[in-house]
Design a protein around this ligand. Structure first.
Ligand code: OAE
Length: 436
């Protein structure tokens, strides 16, 4: 297959055993090729390769009767990928007139640890940008090295600095990680979408302790959705948006893997909202956001509510290398397009994908791993499809889980009305009675 330099592979039947070479972070190890066995430690009680369990619980949209393709994992959440932990802080306080520094506050932060919060190792990662009018710190090093250390954080635009600093301070606190381990965490991955309209963005309501609380609270299991974490003050398709998650079990060559997605949705315009093929946005034209604050020039913050930004984190335990993960990340835009998003002009549409089965130690020491065959259509297509399906469902979950919110200056953003969504699904022949 002609790989040189960083990747060298040898065919072993359906898979390839690949020896990773990694230019070590700040340590200039160089692109040496590995010869030893995998050195990654197990940081989670669940093995990254354990067989996934189909879902006894399903996400909020399925519970309502929205049909989706594919089989979700146990929690229908990103945490179905063994080892992945999610933590959140939600800040909701104050009502009435917006006074900078006093609120009302409607914001938060979500953190996703690929290998659990105590892991010192990094994972293979790749990212994609559908439209780049936004900020996702820490992505240059992902592009450069194909590695991700520490958590990925999603938050409101005004919180980027405190979240970034909070992750650094939390990671480097005495007695937690060895210096060599935390050096790789000095460039944290923090993505933003703007919660202007509901939140006191410029009062910077988030404190370092709020970031620590999210980091400390990270765990596996079910994930809260809707007006929580970084999604607290977000707006999506002219309805209340927020945090959403979903997962898919993907079968490849007789083995099962999980693809899990977590999103922060501040995207989409009402007219384009499509759920399970039903033109919901053209059918429900009332319940528009009521933004009462000052207008931002001729932008739409207080008017037509064009909201576009979407952050997507894709996790998998399929053994993939960074270029394959970048390809997975690109599918986030495809999943979002199913709801009608198109990567708008002022959109920060970013996706990052990582594999918990591609691990690196704190020196970026080359690790031997088995990777899936890139040239096998069945392999990559199954993962692409799982990513698209889980992104689509995560977005609908965010909309269904979110509740009507009143925030700054009494501005109100309405939740997608469940009864009307169900009636539309029935009318269009798309209602799927939830399994009890
Ligand atoms: O909702 C204020 N963009 O009228 S920017 C609006 N990441 O509400 C972002 N919404 O969140 C970007 O997608 C971003 C707006 C871009 C530029 C500065 C800060 C954040 C508009 C847009 C918002 C969104 C014009």
């Amino acid at each position: 297959m002609g790989m040189t330099g960083r990747w060298r592979a040898a065919r072993t039947g359906r898979r390839r055993a690949v020896r990773f070479g990694f230019l070590a972070l700040a340590l200039a190890v160089g692109p040496a090729l590995a010869s030893g066995p995998a050195r990654a430690q197990q940081s989670s009680p669940r093995s990254p390769n354990s067989e996934p369990t189909p879902s006894p619980q399903v996400g909020p949209a399925r519970q309502l009767g929205v049909p989706f393709s594919g089989t979700p994992g146990r929690f229908d959440a990103i945490t179905d990928v063994p080892g992945v932990e999610v933590g959140m802080t939600t800040l909701i306080r104050g009502e009435g007139k917006l006074i900078r520094g006093q609120g009302p506050v409607r914001t938060g932060v979500t953190v996703i640890f690929p290998l659990g919060k105590r892991a010192a190792e990094g994972v293979g990662a790749g990212r994609a940008v559908s439209n780049g009018t936004g900020e996702f710190t820490g992505m240059e090093i992902v592009d450069e090295t194909g590695l991700l250390f520490g958590p990925v954080a999603l938050t409101g635009t005004g919180n980027i600095a405190v979240v970034r600093q909070g992750i650094i301070d939390w990671s480097t606190r005495p007695g937690f990680l060895a210096p060599r381990e935390w050096i790789a965490r000095l460039l944290p991955a923090v993505g933003e979408t703007l919660d202007l309209g509901l939140n006191d963005v410029f009062g910077h309501p988030m404190a370092p302790r709020d970031v620590y609380a999210a980091l400390d609270s990270a765990s596996g299991g079910p994930v809260a959705q809707g007006n929580v974490g970084g999604g607290t003050g977000m707006v999506s398709y002219g309805f209340k948006g927020g945090t959403g998650t979903a997962s898919r079990i993907v079968r490849i060559g007789g083995r099962s893997y999980v693809v899990g997605v977590l999103i922060q949705a501040n995207n989409g315009s009402r007219r384009s909202l499509t759920i399970a093929g039903v033109p919901v946005g053209r059918e429900i034209t009332d319940l528009r956001p009521r933004f009462e604050g000052p207008r931002l020039g001729d932008t739409t913050t207080t008017g037509a509510a064009v909201k576009h930004s979407l952050l997507v984190v894709i996790a998998t335990n399929a053994p993939l290398v960074p270029h394959q993960l970048r390809r997975l990340a690109r599918r986030a835009g495809v999943g979002s397009a199913r709801l009608g998003s198109f990567g708008g002009n002022l959109s920060g549409d970013f996706a990052v994908a990582f594999s918990t089965a591609a691990r690196f130690d704190d020196r970026g020491t080359p690790v031997t791993a088995t990777i899936l065959d890139d040239w096998n259509e069945a392999t990559m297509d199954a993962l692409f499809e799982g990513s698209v399906q889980a992104t689509e469902e995560a977005e609908v979950n965010a909309l269904v889980a979110a509740r009507t919110m009143t925030g700054a200056d009494g501005s109100t953003v309405y939740a997608l009305p469940h009864d009307r969504l169900v009636a539309l699904l029935e009318r269009y022949g798309r209602y799927a009675p939830p399994k009890r």
